[in-house]
Design a protein around this ligand. Sequence first.
Ligand code: CS2
Ligand code: MG
Length: 415
Amino acid sequence: MSELPTVAGSSRDREIVEAKVIVTCPGRNFVTLKIVTRSGITGLGDATLNGRELAVAAYLQEHIVPNLIGKDAGRIEDTWQFFYRGAYWRRGPVTMTAIAAVDVALWDIVAKLAGLPLYQMLGGRSREGALVYAHANGRDIAETSDEVRRYIEMGFRAVRAQCAVPGLAKTYGIASGGKAYEPAETQLPLETLWSTPKYLEIVPKLFEQLRVDHGNDVELLHDGHHRMTPIEAARLARSLEPYRLFWLEDATPAENQKAFEVIRQHSVTPLAVGEVFNSIWDCKHLIENQLIDYIRTTIVHAGGITHVRRLADFASLYQVRTGFHGATDLSPVCMGAALHFDTWVPNFGIQEWMHHAKETDEVFPHDYQFRDGRLHCGESPGHGVSIDEKLAAKYPYSPKQLPIARLEDGSMWDW
Ligand code: CS2
Ligand code: MG
């Protein structure tokens, strides 16, 4: 990272003179917003929305960038309010991802201006590192258990486990062909088959075996990925109680937030939800009625640090903890900023960390490090992530979309 210019406090020096949308595909597609001030300080924000990258890039290019030039980079809140209220058509994943990219880039700039790591701008360190969980998956229970063991041996204290469902060719979360799991793998959505009865058969057996193989200390998580009805989710949550999961995620689609009351009535398995949410309004009922235990809504898809800080504070009133989404389709820029947030936020729960591809890490140099089961953000000013634009240019956008799912009778279902 080049030498920072002398920190200048005038609004003229903080004036935004350039805002650039960078689309690159090192291992998978990413969209990044780079903002530059008159004094030469740059800030980066992640604007990646898996399968809808160009929608966000266009929103930024057409509706955000022209309004950014000339603004004071130090006016983070006012800029957030401008782009949120000024959109008229409020909320939604595209709008809130675009706003998030601006917000995180401005927090990055202001922290650099102050010469402070971003967590210090939020209120300082609350913990030494963020507990993270890795993704273990396999074509059967034995293979999944081997993968859990591999992560435990790497020092992980928490592991998510997903295994293939006998009788189904492809299941969410399961890698194939010896490659790392990347769901958006085809230009048009891949059609997959789904059967909840088959799924409900194997998941309890998976976790029974994992506890036999690995004992009770390791935290185990599972992602239902929105595919069960409330009563099916209740049945699974209850059947998993003997295996003490850290959480069951996305147990049922959450547009109807009240649906989680059904699950709550039947089980004490902790529930996590929110990676597809983009504002506090998507989860207000869930949180204030304590229908969930962890909120996964993260800064890249929910308007950035400015909005998610409000969401986390609201959640803290109800003892709901954060559990940020951290899949490979959230770039290292998001991970870097999220780790500073995780380092500060008092009601922290856990941070997801799917490892990015080597080429991704090369395009996005960063200073966060894994040790003792936790990810530790760096101490450099800002969020500690940069972009190698020359290298990024070598990876042109490659159109990809997420799969869809149909039931065995052909009707559409949730992937
Ligand atoms: C998953 C994601 O990480 C998770 O919990 O739900 O892999 C999700 O499927 C992708 O982020 C979708 O782009
Ligand atoms: Mg998930």
